[in-house]
Ligand binder design. Structure first.
Ligand code: UDP
Ligand code: MG
Length: 323
């Protein structure tokens, strides 16, 4: 039996977001107050900011907000660990206090009006509700093309992800408890969540422009993220190497016959170009293969160390209850 008033936590990772936090707080406060007033969620619901080792005033701001506003709280990671780790830290902390957790970005790009629909879908028995952008009108041409290409490529690589879904989603406590058992260090949450496998649904929303400040995902981070997504979820690149290897092997047998044939008809010196070409080709393929295999070994190396994925240095909820 589900309680009729459940505790909702909204987890918001923040990295150098001092420019947007005040506005985000204003809007989330309105939303949360309204949901509580309409009896849709318990009055113990909160917004939990996760400070991901910001170098600006973000954490001071979070502390200040949480003192002033009853509906706001926060945790702080010991250093910058990246969006995915910060998000995980927030989700795993929030699930100790909440029945439902929604994760969203700090920059108000995720339309907070979609929260109502998410809650409705949750009430209908979904443990996971994905927020999906129905348009990318506000993203730059470059971001749109690379991001959409990424989703398509991931699907080709056999990774089960929801198209155009980022990290704006609702998860039940039960789903989060299961997420905790996925111990990998190379985190790619939007690939992991579908693996939990509970009943899920999607909610469409329009992605807005970043409210203020710059994107904290420069191209280099985006590429790293995409690469992690592929190599943490797909072994197709390794298979590709195997296939190339097989083709090369067949080719080399053909070449053996060819060169023997040439020897018999006495034209051996003419093979110089051919030797040089194949030398470079084979060398190149070997280097490439070693590189890809090395990448996976690197991943194994990191996973076997199984270091903590985040370390919380402050937790305002705990600090409040002690006072
Ligand atoms: N973020 C984070 N740690 C990082 C980088 C980003 O916690 O190292 C947060 C950031 O504060 C924001 C969210 O992740 O709330 C998404 O980042 P951003 O909006 O810059 O990405 P974009 O929307 O441009 O893809
Ligand atoms: Mg953003």
């Amino acid at each position: 039996m589900k309680k009729n008033k459940e505790i909702l936590y909204i987890v918001v990772p923040c990295y150098n977001e001092e420019e947007v936090l005040t506005e985000t707080t204003k809007q989330l406060k309105l939303k949360l107050t309204k949901l509580i007033k309409d009896n849709k969620i318990s009055e113990e619901s909160r917004v939990m900011y996760v400070n991901d080792g910001s170098s600006d005033k973000t954490w001071e701001l979070i502390e200040e907000i949480s003192k002033k506003e009853k509906l706001f709280t926060g945790i702080s990671l010991s250093r910058n660990r990246g969006h995915q780790n910060a998000l995980l830290g927030g989700l795993m902390t929030a699930k100790n206090y909440a029945d439902i957790v929604i994760s969203m970005d700090a920059d108000l790009q995720d339309d907070i009006e979609a929260i109502d629909q998410m809650l409705e879908k949750y009430k209908l028995g979904n443990d996971i509700v994905y927020g999906v952008r129905n348009a990318r009108l506000t993203d730059s041409w470059f971001k749109r093309v690379t991001a959409e290409g990424f989703y398509k490529f991931m699907q080709k690589m056999g990774v089960d992800i929801v198209y155009n879904h980022a990290d704006y989603r609702l998860m039940s406590k039960r789903a989060l408890n299961n997420l905790e058992n996925f111990k990998e260090v190379n985190l790619f949450l939007r690939g992991l969540v579908p693996l939990i496998g509970y009943k899920s649904d999607v909610v469409y929303y329009e992605r807005k422009e970043r409210f203020a400040g710059k994107s904290k995902y420069p191209l280099k981070k985006m590429l790293n993220f995409a690469w992690d997504g592929i190599t943490s979820f797909s072994i197709k690149p390794i298979r590709l190497i195997l296939n190339i290897g097989i083709i090369m092997f067949i080719l080399s047998i053909l070449i053996l016959f060819y060169s023997l044939f040439m020897k018999f008809i006495g034209k051996t010196v003419a093979g110089w170009t051919f030797i040089i070409c194949s030398l470079w080709l084979v060398g190149g393929i070997q280097m490439l293969s070693l590189g890809i295999i090395g990448e996976y070994i690197g991943k194994i190396y990191n996973e076997t160390k199984s270091r903590p994925r985040y370390i919380i240095s402050r937790n305002l909820i705990e600090e409040d209850t002690k006072k």
